[in-house]
Design a protein around this ligand. Sequence first.
Ligand code: ZN
Length: 147
Amino acid sequence: MSQPYAPEPWNRRNLTGFAVATALGAALLGASYLGVSSEVQLKDQVPLLDLGIAGLLVATAGGVGWLAAGIKAVRVRKAAAVTLVRSRFGSVEVAGPAGPGEGFVAAARLTRYHRLGCSLVAGKDVSAATLAEHSTAGRRPCGVCAA
Ligand SMILES: [Zn+2]
């Protein structure tokens, strides 16, 4: 089967934006540092400090944009993966929320908890627990059956 997505969630445009913002922010911060260190009077330092703050903001915006692009790409891939799994394992579809006596299952090394009929835990040695117990164990809901 061909791989529809590149292994990393960022494209060249994301990388370029992040690199330019980081380099510009570092340059502004460096210019601010050099300028402030050569001024004695506070009134002469303030505009240069503002330049440094602008540099920090530019670099931060680049980092936030980088992370946002990655999160968006991962969400798109997750949705595609869930659709693919559901198309191949139709039995993972569970109608409605769990009833009061119906627990979620997980194995000791799993980071997610599942409904009992989930294909992702079929054949695994799982044990049932309450949502609170799974949450205490640091587990999150399965994106296929318990989301
Ligand atoms: Zn599941």
